[in-house]
Design a protein around this ligand. Structure first.
Ligand SMILES: [Zn+2]
Length: 454
């Protein structure tokens, strides 16, 4: 065969720049910035452009890359030389041809750096390690209690990061960034975890600053739900959708909006509190201080509690033996099998959830709606259809046409989304243009390259 691609060398062991001169800090321009500061910012931007071009179009030759980026060849050669030395890009192969000098192609080196994503939820810290092609390398978990102290939660976050870094995959390459996501209010601009939904002690934590100080790499923070939606967009149920909603039911309600490929966050990042829209006038008190919020009528704990009360009532007001053995799984399975009481409890929850979803669809006009949470793991498409049916009854017909309803089932989705979030920030990608996990370099055929004119 006269034409084939071979890997010429591996650059995964080469040194990466340290944080003090990190090439991928997001450039900031200050009013009193000196010329050399500007130079560094502009250089960082050029490096981001090179990385993005290699990501979307690699493997690609140097000449073609200069053409694509409209950069002077000398400037490009200097940037490439640095990036090759650091190992974040690689000479991915050369082409054996019958005559003439073989061109050398460049691409991103998936093992030239590592990104860590961390997610804090009700009972554990989840961490993922991904490569520079966003491929999942390793996952780690640490259990935490509902009443954990701030110190204990932070120690668990550090222990998950340490485990990932010390794993064989983590030791292969330097750490480039950490993404962090959690349930609750998050001020992404200030880098502060304002208030956790689950952990009373975890509030006003300057988590971005703390992680940056500890690890010396860029850190981004985001809400758990937005991270999940981003992960589903990249790896999961809605790869081809730019506008989507996620509704997550746990002991509260999580909500996120993807609007034309970007995550909607509002002025301070607190936008999207669907759980606190009022659905029941003079309803039960909500922890937020209001009454009758969606969270007071839809939650996993609420389903279990209402089923218990129903069972006790059926037994004449005395606690029935089996009422205390009620689990979410049993309630939903009983409802699916036609049990009247379970059907009533689950139906009521689905009805409220459908109404809230309908409001959200009327507001945001999405292409897709994702439903997530343990109740959907058990109830699957049966429960999804029930919620959709209710939502459809209160959405304008022009808005409900073409909405795809999906279950969100991606494992470790929040941590993966958090990793993708910081990856986008480091390498300057718009979230809407964030690459899918890269096609393995050797999969590009001669025909593809010829078609693309390389
Ligand atoms: Zn509320």
């Amino acid at each position: 065969m006269p034409f084939r691609i071979i890997i010429t060398r591996s650059s995964s062991q080469r040194p990466f720049l340290t944080q003090s001169n990190s090439p991928f800090e997001v450039p900031t321009v200050r009013a009193n910035q000196k010329p050399d500061g500007f130079y560094r910012s502009s250089k960082a931007q050029h490096r981001q452009l090179v990385f993005q071009a290699l990501y979307h179009q690699g493997p690609i030759s140097r000449y073609k890359l200069a053409e694509v980026l409209k950069l002077r060849y000398r400037t490009l050669r200097r940037l490439l030389s640095e990036m090759l030395h650091e190992g974040i890009i690689q000479e991915s192969g050369n082409v054996i041809v019958r005559r003439g000098r073989a061109p050398i192609f460049l691409s991103v080196n998936p093992h030239g750096g590592r990104i860590i994503g961390i997610a804090l939820d009700a009972c554990e810290v989840t961490g993922v390690l991904v490569g520079l092609d966003l491929s999942l390398q390793r996952t780690s978990h640490a259990k935490i209690g509902r009443n954990s102290s701030r110190k204990a939660i932070l120690e668990n976050i550090h222990s998950v990061i340490a485990e990932l870094r010390q794993s064989p995959e983590g030791r292969m390459a330097p750490l480039c960034g950490i993404g962090y996501g959690e349930y609750g209010l998050v001020d992404a601009n200030a880098g502060v975890a304002v208030r956790s939904t689950y952990h009373r002690a975890w509030h006003d934590v300057p988590i971005k600053e703390q992680l940056q100080k500890s690890y010396g790499v860029p850190v981004s923070i985001e809400t758990e739900e937005r991270c999940v939606l981003l992960a589903e967009h990249i790896w999961g149920a809605i790869p081809d959708t730019q506008t989507a909603l996620l509704i997550e039911v746990t002991s509260g309600i999580g909500f996120a909006v993807l609007d034309r490929g970007e995550l909607f966050s509002g002025a301070r990042g607190f936008g999207g509190e669907l759980g606190h829209i009022r659905l029941v006038r003079d309803g039960d008190a909500c922890p937020c201080g209001s009454r009758g919020c969606l969270e007071t009528v839809v939650s996993t704990r609420g389903i279990i509690e209402e089923m218990r009360q129903g069972l006790r009532h059926e037994r004449g007001g005395t606690p029935a033996g089996h009422a205390d053995r009620v689990t979410l799984e049993r309630v939903i399975q009983s409802a699916m099998q036609g049990d009247a009481l379970a059907g009533h409890v689950v139906g009521k929850t689905a009805s409220y959830l459908g109404q809230a979803a309908g409001i959200a669809i009327n507001l945001f006009n999405p292409d897709a709606v994702l439903l997530r949470g343990e109740m959907f793991r058990v109830g699957g498409s049966w429960l999804l259809d029930t919620v959709q049916h209710e939502a459809d009854s209160c959405v304008l017909k022009e808005l409900k046409m073409g909405v795809r309803w999906r279950l969100s089932m991606l494992e470790s989705a929040a941590a993966r989304g958090a990793a993708a979030r910081v990856f986008a920030e480091i390498f300057g990608f718009n979230l809407s243009l964030l690459p899918r996990p890269a096609v393995p370099i050797l999969e590009k055929s001669r025909r593809t390259m010829a078609r693309e004119g390389r």
